[in-house]
Write a protein of this length. Structure first.
Length: 80
């Protein structure tokens, strides 16, 4: 891939540019205002779905662990 020689110096100049604390806070507030925050209902729905999926996956992996443990126990019983 060929890089553009003009973009490298401008990117480096932006990195070295210093901003005052006040200006930084203003920029952060401006960027924060652009965020579309989820509604309370969306947050609750997402939280419930995450908890349900966590419970289901926990049960699934418990089953897989028990099955593999039983297989290993059986195989060790054959060897001993």
């Amino acid at each position: 891939m060929v890089s553009d020689a003009k973009s490298a110096p401008s990117a480096k100049a932006e990195k070295s540019q210093r901003v005052s604390v006040g200006e930084f806070v203003r920029q952060v507030r401006a960027e924060t205002a652009k965020i579309k925050w989820p509604t309370r209902r969306e947050t609750i729905t997402t939280t419930i779905l995450v908890l349900i999926m966590t419970a289901l996956l926990s049960i699934f992996f418990l089953g897989v662990d028990q099955l593999l443990g039983a297989i290993v126990k059986f195989l060790l019983g054959l060897a001993g």
